[in-house]
Design a binder for this molecule. Structure first.
Ligand SMILES: Cc1cc2nc3c(=O)[nH]c(=O)nc-3n(C[C@H](O)[C@H](O)[C@H](O)COP(=O)(O)O)c2cc1C
Length: 223
């Protein structure tokens, strides 16, 4: 494959996708266009993975009762999280953190079982399997944004309970509930930022040189 750079419009399109991708929690009821879901899974499957282990598995939820049970689990964890916060508990409950009941498609992303057999790149960093699934979901997220489709990553759930609900084999672990669907508009900024739960840090606060600067690196607002 040629090493020539992409054309400027292609580069601009990539940057536009990076800047305009949003975590979405409001969806229209319309179904996805034909073939879109398969393309999104293909985008995920093109992701890099530690030792090329491809540890991601996706479960498409098509039974309405199962979707409702997943929503119930998320709602329980949302309330438990609010109760566990050191402050602003009620305020947190006002923030929308998922669109499970409204989106066109729900996918659960899970780590495959028997991951202990994959040692390459994981002997000292076993969590690189989780990092790889994160890469896959990010691929899907960007592809969805470029195609005008919203995606929301939901991590408010108790993994053992969700694993049991979906019949995951021993060792497999759900990592994300993905809400995917048509949206009226993409949020201009992260919803959490607009709700006062964080801000994008300046680059200077995340890029260091040679050594970790004394006193640097903590989050200014930890919840
Ligand atoms: C690992 C991971 C888990 C997340 N879990 C949730 C979640 O459960 N609910 C939610 O509303 N957003 C969730 N998000 C989305 C973040 O809130 C969002 O990425 C962040 O606020 C920045 O907004 P943006 O993605 O629109 O730029 C998650 C994101 C990541 C990467």
């Amino acid at each position: 494959m040629s090493a020539a750079t992409y054309s400027q419009p292609e580069i601009d399109a990539l940057w536009r996708t990076l800047r305009e991708r949003r975590d979405m929690r409001h969806f229209l009821p319309d179904p996805l266009p034909d073939g879109l879901l398969e393309r999104l899974v293909e985008a995920a499957h093109l992701a890099p993975s530690v030792g090329f282990m491809q540890p991601w598995r996706f479960i498409r939820i098509t039974e309405p009762t199962l979707r409702a049970q997943i929503h119930t689990q998320v709602e329980a964890e949302r309330r438990a999280t609010a109760a566990a916060l050191p402050s602003r508990n009620d305020e947190f409950l006002q923030v929308k953190i998922e669109g499970i009941r409204d989106c066109a498609e729900v996918l659960v992303a899970a780590l495959m079982p028997q991951r202990e057999k994959h040692l390459i790149g994981r002997r000292t960093l076993p969590e690189m399997d989780i990092a790889s699934v994160g890469c896959a979901i990010q691929n899907m997220w960007l592809a969805a944004r470029a195609e005008g489709i919203g995606l929301g990553w939901v991590s408010f759930f108790e993994p053992d309970a969700l694993a049991a609900l979906l019949g995951l084999p021993p060792g497999a672990r759900p990592l994300a509930i993905l809400c995917i669907g048509q949206v009226e508009a993409f949020y201009p900024r992260p919803m959490f930022a607009d709700a006062g739960w964080g801000r994008r840090l300046p680059l200077a606060e995340v890029l260091f040189e040679n050594r970790w600067p004394e006193g640097a690196g903590g989050t200014p607002t930890a919840y």
